[in-house]
Design a protein around this ligand. Structure first.
Ligand SMILES: Nc1ncnc2c1ncn2[C@@H]1O[C@H](COP(=O)(O)OP(=O)(O)OP(=O)(O)O)[C@@H](O)[C@H]1O
Ligand SMILES: [Mg+2]
Ligand SMILES: [Zn+2]
Length: 156
């Protein structure tokens, strides 16, 4: 494939958001967080296993939309190295690293089937986020169980 063809596979966007440096394989989880756009919204394009400077990455490009901070916090849990690029008039106007929240509510479900947050009681799931030494850990506020792997699987 020639260089030009490669570049034309995804159209440049005029206004919107590019979520770059998503951990390879996690783009579909990012889409789940953002909720799929309906027909009134702009184009969303996804690159899986794109070759980046530091290895493979996924990229999600969303036309005509900027993200809410709660959405960005959720993305941080599954793609801690992601950057959020705001595109205006075809240019990168702003570039922000995602920020890992210290606490999340109503975002993931507890791994413990007997946890009160998984019962019929009207409780909202709550986790303390520990992100020391590059490992993300979520500790349940109710039962203390820790989720440290495959966090994306537990997204609500
Ligand atoms: N108008 C646009 N439409 C679609 N994607 C764009 C547009 N402008 C930039 N991008 C994409 O947004 C991301 C950030 O763009 P930038 O020009 O800052 O690249 P970069 O210098 O490689 O950034 P970084 O250092 O964060 O990797 C890249 O993935 C780039 O392909
Ligand atoms: Mg780059
Ligand atoms: Zn629990």
């Amino acid at each position: 494939m020639s260089y030009v063809e490669k570049e034309l596979r995804v159209r440049r966007i005029e206004n919107g958001t590019v979520i770059d440096h998503i951990t390879a394989g996690k783009a579909l989880n990012v889409l789940k967080i953002l909720e799929l756009p309906d027909s009134s919204q702009g184009v969303v394009s996804i690159l899986l296993n794109s070759q980046g400077k530091y290895g493979k990455k996924d990229v999600v490009k969303i036309e005509k939309r900027e993200l809410k901070s709660e959405e960005v916090d959720k993305i941080a849990l599954i793609a801690p190295y992601a950057t959020i690029n705001i595109i205006r008039n075809f240019n990168v106007e702003q570039k922000n690293k995602v920020h890992i929240p210290s606490y999340v509510e109503g975002v993931v479900r507890c791994i413990n089937p007997n946890c009160i947050s998984n019962s019929n009681e009207p409780t909202t799931s709550k986790f303390k986020v520990n992100s020391e030494n590059n490992e993300l850990e979520l500790r349940c506020f109710y039962c203390g169980r820790v989720i440290s792997e495959n966090i994306a699987e537990y997204l609500l």
